[in-house]
Design a protein around this ligand. Structure first.
Ligand code: GDP
Ligand code: GDP
Length: 444
């Protein structure tokens, strides 16, 4: 895997998301803070702006401001859309500048955003904007009722109060870059799946061997009766639905249907799936269907080509061709060539599972992601469409497990360009053994 720490040398600046209803003055405030007339402000609510993130500094400290305004929400469902935008921006940010309009007081939408802010646990600075003179300061004080602490009265238009606000922003930015806190949880959930007779039960027997783990000994674990804790290379995994694997299903009509239901259930419950394929036989439709289910469910994927002892050189050459022809879309998967019978390379299964789990859980910081996107956009701009140049403005990783990215764009991005970005993401950051999802939020 690519070493994430050295993948790019750009400094990682803290990100401050500017959040609030349309027309409260976010864009004006951003202009005030960056001290430039860079963001376009017009008296039209939700007017198109051509940038989203700006480098700012105050007292020699640098940070990135992300303006979430500019996405014109429909009249219907406006609150929900603002909340959704805010949620993404907040997830990406190290601190949040929440802007309210002191002259109109708080609204339902503000309350919805406050809920999200509370849940996020991110530091928040509350700006009560449009306090153009001393007289309106009393109005700002009513914003204490949002429960977000002291409201900073400012006039984005005239600059009033902006120094104190900037001091508060710097104070809110965490000193150390934010780290992903791993929640306490039980063993990772792994499913061994594959069509009948490929060697799932033989493989399970081989990896579990003598290492059967007693459930009671693992703290904080709830294990389904059909599951089994198995130790591989000193790590305890929860293998899903091993009862279904151990109980040999007789080949009879109807069983196939139940077997496929179990497979889907196991994939849904797993974090990483080991798809076992019989390497001695041609790859079948059924193998491909199971692989596709894993990808669509967004699970980590290890492909185990089993019965390697039964392959000769000719078969292996043919398998290479099959992989190139039929499995090319799963080129990102971890894979192992094993024999459950002889034990060949079964010891590589543990590292392959670890690799897939690591890829599946990778988080790319907003700073790193946008440095990367900036390079892509500069080197390979989107083709011009009807005289317009669609562009990626800003991106954030909305989720891990599997890595899910949201790109904010101006104009509609071609699906081919999205695939290109996905390929480049993989080249840059690895993501071995995991599907990667890229979503686009376009504004016209
Ligand atoms: P956004 O949609 O939240 O980004 O809001 P804008 O920055 O586009 O501002 C909306 C309107 O409020 C514009 O007409 C601004 O000129 C106006 N405005 C912004 N800040 C202030 C302020 O501090 N005082 C007054 N009086 N008007 C402001
Ligand atoms: P499952 O239906 O996927 O659980 O498959 P099983 O584990 O029951 O294996 C099906 C058959 O293939 C059994 O006869 C196994 O002995 C055989 N088998 C499994 N793995 C291997 C292998 O690596 N090499 C060889 N030669 N036979 C294997």
């Amino acid at each position: 895997m690519t070493d994430l720490e050295t993948a790019d040398a750009a400094p990682i600046l803290p990100v401050v998301a500017v959040v609030g209803r349309p027309n409260v003055g976010k864009s004006t405030l951003v202009n005030r803070i960056i001290g430039r007339r860079e963001a376009v402000v017009q008296d039209v609510p939700g007017v198109t702006r051509d940038r989203v993130s700006y480098d700012a500094d105050w007292n020699g400290k640098q940070f990135v401001l992300v303006d979430t305004g500019g996405w014109a929400p429909d009249a219907k469902g406006m609150a929900a859309q603002i909340a959704e935008q805010a949620e993404l921006a907040i997830a990406a940010a190290d601190a949040v500048l929440f802007v309210v309009d002191a002259t109109v007081g708080t609204q339902d939408v503000d309350e919805a955003v406050v809920q999200i802010l509370r849940r996020s646990g991110k530091p928040v600075v509350l700006a009560a904007n449009k306090v153009d003179d001393q007289r309106s300061e009393a109005e700002a004080a009513t914003m204490w009722n949002l429960g977000l602490g002291e409201p900073f009265p400012v006039s984005a238009l005239h600059g009033r109060g902006s120094g104190d606000l900037l001091d508060a922003i710097l104070e809110a930015i965490p000193e150390a870059p934010r780290e992903v806190v791993q929640a306490e949880r039980g063993p990772r959930r792994i499913a061994i799946v594959g069509k009948p007779n490929v060697g799932k039960s033989s493989l399970l027997n081989k990896v579990s061997g003598q290492q059967r783990v007693v459930v009671d000994n693992v703290a904080g674990t709830t294990v389904d009766p059909v599951d089994e804790l198995v130790e591989v290379d000193g790590t305890i995994y929860n293998f899903i639905d091993t009862a279904g694997i151990r109980r040999r299903v007789k080949e009879a009509s109807g069983h196939e249907f139940y077997a496929s239901l179990r497979t889907h259930g196991a994939i849904e419950r797993a974090e990483v799936c080991v798809v076992v394929i019989d390497a001695s036989e041609p790859v079948t439709e059924q193998d491909l269907r199971i692989l596709t289910s894993v990808e669509e469910a967004g699970r980590g994927l290890v492909i185990a080509f089993n019965k390697w002892d039964l392959t000769d050189e000719e078969r292996r050459r043919y398998l290479d061709r099959e992989i190139e022809r039929d499995l090319v879309q799963f080129g990102w998967a971890s894979h192992v060539n094993i024999s459950a019978t002889t034990g060949r390379h079964v010891d590589r299964l543990g590292p392959a599972i670890q690799e897939a789990l690591a890829g599946w859980e990778t988080r790319i910081s907003t700073g790193k992601l946008n440095a990367f996107l900036g390079r892509i956009v500069a080197a390979h701009p989107h083709p011009v469409r009807s005289g317009k140049q669609p562009r990626i403005l800003f991106g954030t990783q909305a989720q891990a497990g599997p890595p899910t990215f949201v790109l904010f764009t101006s104009g509609q991005i071609d699906p081919g360009y999205v695939r290109f970005v996905e390929r480049r993401l993989r080249e840059e950051f690895g993501f071995v053994g995991t599907p990667v999802h890229v979503e686009v939020r376009a504004r016209e």
